[in-house]
Design a protein around this ligand. Structure first.
Ligand SMILES: Nc1ncnc2c1ncn2[C@@H]1O[C@H](COP(=O)(O)OP(=O)(O)OP(=O)(O)O)[C@@H](O)[C@H]1O
Ligand SMILES: [Mg+2]
Length: 334
């Protein structure tokens, strides 16, 4: 758990004071991903760097796992927290393998253990361990360097991770792949993660919680669903954009829609016709909506993983759920 109480940072620049972080209070639970998001310069990096004491606090306290960070030895603290730096920050004079092994080496892992961890991490990042082992950071593309940065932060398996736009420089396909991989791993790892992003879709997808900042102040803290369904103020509403009903769909599954329909006395089980479009019970509703919009009948059968039929959904079900008229849904999704 990471607890922020009245956390404030004032930088001094040529006698001028800049309040980068302004009385932030929030609590990130053990094993959760909290995505920090907001416009450039709103204090996200500063907040991260206060957690591992790379930036000293001006006011307030931060506790990691119930212990106030100022009572810990900063070196010890940093070893227990993985940090992915915004501009990857690899050591230019070290090979890729040496970069990844920095912390394991410091804490005294044996050579064999480091070798197999290197192998495992590279495979996880979709990079060939042999091909990159002896290369230097400048011999890699920006996106590859960024993945090495993520691997390095994860190397010694720290319980807490600070990730500053780790997927920022990646092309959409690799980014999508790594987001999925990251969520899959997190199911088992259950690390406590502060993750900076500037992409609201990424925040909705990855965050158990989202913290939205503006000019150093926390505007709203909550689950993606909280924030999308009840943006607290004008700033948050503008930030998440006009299509929040549609964004919310990616948080719900077909199963939930079907359940809702049944409660309203609709969607009885209908035999699965051969030519009908179908969606799985665990398909997210944003994907399901695209299927429905492409379907000539505006309907789709709902099936489980054994292709057993569970019911039927149609575009009008989405109108009930989102309050958005089908013709408008069509224009938003396209
Ligand atoms: N070392 C520093 N000295 C003085 N001012 C600083 C320093 N570091 C950051 N700032 C200022 O503090 C504010 C917050 O900066 P920070 O880097 O935390 O923002 P950010 O949200 O991470 O932005 P970005 O999305 O562009 O990475 C900015 O106004 C920045 O200019
Ligand atoms: Mg930053």
């Amino acid at each position: 758990m990471i607890t922020f109480k009245g956390v404030t940072k004032v930088y001094e620049r040529q006698g001028e004071k800049v309040k980068a972080v302004d009385h932030v209070n929030m609590k990130v639970e053990e094993g959760e991903i909290c995505v920090l998001i907001g416009p450039s310069g709103c204090g996200k990096t500063t907040l991260l760097r206060m957690v591992n004491r790379l930036v000293p606090l001006s006011e307030g306290t931060i506790e990691v796992g119930g212990t106030e960070i100022n009572s810990l030895d900063p070196i010890q603290l940093r070893r227990s927290i993985g940090y992915v730096i915004q501009q990857n920050g690899l050591f230019p004079n070290m090979t890729i393998e040496e970069n990844i092994n920095v912390v394991p080496k410091m804490i005294g892992w044996d050579v064999q253990k480091m070798k197999s961890r290197y192998q495992e991490l590279m495979e996880m990042m979709g990079l060939d361990p042999e091909e990159y082992r002896k290369r230097f950071p400048w011999e890699l593309s920006g996106g590859q360097q960024q993945r090495i940065g993520v691997a390095r932060a994860m190397a010694a398996d720290p319980p807490v991770m600070l990730m500053d736009e780790p997927f920022g420089a990646l092309d959409p396909v690799i980014r999508d792949h790594l987001q999925n991989e990251f969520l899959r791993l997190q199911k088992h790892m259950k690390k406590t993660i502060l993750f900076v992003s500037h992409d609201i879709d990424e925040a909705i997808r990855l965050g158990d919680k989202i913290a939205i900042f503006n000019k150093g102040s926390l505007m709203q803290f909550g689950t993606p669903d909280d924030i999308l369904s009840n943006p607290r103020n004008e700033f948050v509403r503008d930030f998440i954009g006009t299509d929040r009903e549609i964004k919310r769909l990616s948080l719900l599954t077909v199963k939930e829609l079907l359940h809702k329909g049944k409660k309203l006395g609709r969607s009885q089980t209908i035999p699965h016709e051969v030519n009908r479009e179908s969606v799985k019970l665990d398909t997210d509703l944003r994907t399901a909506l695209s299927v429905l919009l492409a379907s000539p009948t505006g309907e789709a059968a709902v099936v489980d993983h054994h292709n057993h039929p569970h019911g039927i959904i149609s575009i009008s079900d989405f109108q009930i759920l989102t309050g958005v008229h089908p013709t408008k849904l069509q224009t938003i999704v396209r």
